[in-house]
Design a protein around this ligand. Structure first.
Ligand code: NAI
Length: 357
């Protein structure tokens, strides 16, 4: 028996609040579900964004995460030119991950029909393929379905690849990877696919991961890859450094240690603060904003909702266009001496602040 309660919150007191369209607290005591869904901006189209299943010390932390992540999704949708707006779901997991996850996910999936507007969602941190299938059976707004577009990591790797091409062209005058040294931190879903694309294009690979199985898999698939210490990979001399592990990588301590020309990777929130974008600019290191480079996953997932049905060819074409966006961002950054991250934000804002009829 469901005991669903959906409450609209006024979250304007939180610094993470950015004129969000709708913030909801969702509770179902029967299943143990407690979640937040934040819908940031739907000017460009219906809300889309993953659902995170995570343990938070405080309920407020989960709410803040949903606010921050939904805002980021609006920027990503806008820059990738997908006709959707940013949203994010966050389900609060218990500390020991006790409770029946399937029951909680079923309650969450059913609640999605009660939001008053569509929220297209799917896998994020803490959800796996099985979980997505559970959601899919109980809601018609689940995307990232394995049987359609496949796992988004592969498409995120492709968008990073094209973003790198644009960066190389602008920085060196040639988009060729041949003989270029690319250092990849994190050899997981995105990192390993990126290795394959870069190896095929003639790059020299350097990699690092804290999990030995991931390193072994990389060595098996790419015997020439040089494996280095995860804590030091950002300090080695390279043409491109590609963070594909976790965020918050660049700060006042790490930026001076870098010996690369370009940063271009999939990890979200790579800059610890806005000031780090300025630090990179001053050091002459070309930073490709994370949400621009990693938008391929979103492009594929959103294509599942295309009126004509999913098209792999269209997805590939749209991902390829990221190279042009990257070049445009770099041009403006050079012209106006503004960090690339700020240029990308301004471009995204210009697009989503216009209401499309
Ligand atoms: P994943 O979990 O499959 O791989 C991440 C890898 O990084 C793991 O192998 C992990 O062991 C490694 N790692 C973690 N901390 C590390 C450290 N300190 N040093 C070296 N390696 C470390 O994740 P996935 O899917 O490959 O994503 C990579 C990044 O890209 C994440 O930040 C993710 O949020 C982001 N991203 C992923 C997308 C996707 O579709 N999978 C789309 C957009 C962004």
């Amino acid at each position: 028996m469901s005991n669903l309660k959906i409450t609209t919150l006024n979250a304007s007191a939180f610094p993470e609040f950015d004129n969000h369209k709708k913030v909801l607290r969702i509770e179902d005591t029967a299943s143990g579900l407690l979640a937040f869904i934040s819908i940031h901006n739907t000017n460009r189209g219906p809300a889309i964004g993953g659902t995170r299943y995570w343990h938070y010390e405080k309920e407020e932390d989960a709410l803040k995460d949903s606010l921050r992540l939904s805002r980021a999704m609006t920027y990503k949708c806008s820059i990738a030119e997908v006709p959707f707006g940013g949203a994010k779901g966050v389900i609060l997991a218990s500390k020991e991950n006790v409770g029946n996850k399937d029951v909680i996910l079923i309650a969450y999936a059913k609640a999605l029909a009660e939001l008053g507007e569509p929220f297209y969602t799917g896998e994020d941190v803490g959800l796996n393929e099985h979980d997505v299938q559970v959601l899919e059976k109980n809601s018609n707004t689940i995307v990232g379905r394995p049987e359609i577009g496949g796992l988004p990591a592969r498409w995120a790797a492709l968008s990073v690849f094209y973003a790198m091409e644009g960066a190389l062209a602008m920085k060196t005058g040639s988009s060729s990877f041949r003989g270029k040294k690319i250092a990849i931190k994190g050899l997981g879903g995105v990192g390993i696919d990126l290795c394959a694309l870069l190896e095929k294009a003639g790059a020299i690979l350097v990699g690092a991961d804290i999990v030995s199985e991931r390193v072994e898999r990389a060595l098996k698939n790419h015997p020439t890859i040089e494996i280095v210490d995860s804590a030091l990979i950002h300090t080695i001399a390279s043409d491109i450094y590609s963070p594909c592990a976790m965020g918050n990588e660049f700060n006042a301590d790490t930026v001076p240690e870098l010996k690369t020309k370009i940063i271009c990777g999939a990890a979200n929130n790579q800059l610890a603060t806005k000031a780090d974008g300025q630090r990179l600019l001053e050091r002459g290191i070309l930073y490709i904003p994370d949400y621009v480079a990693n938008a391929g996953g979103l492009i594929s997932v959103a294509d599942e909702l295309h009126p004509l049905g999913y098209s792999k060819e269209r997805v590939e074409l749209n991902i390829k266009r990221i190279r042009n966006t990257v070049e445009k961002i770099i041009e403006t950054s050079i012209r106006d001496s503004i960090p690339t991250g700020e240029v990308a934000d301004a471009l995204a804002e210009e697009r989503f602040q216009t209401i499309y009829e």
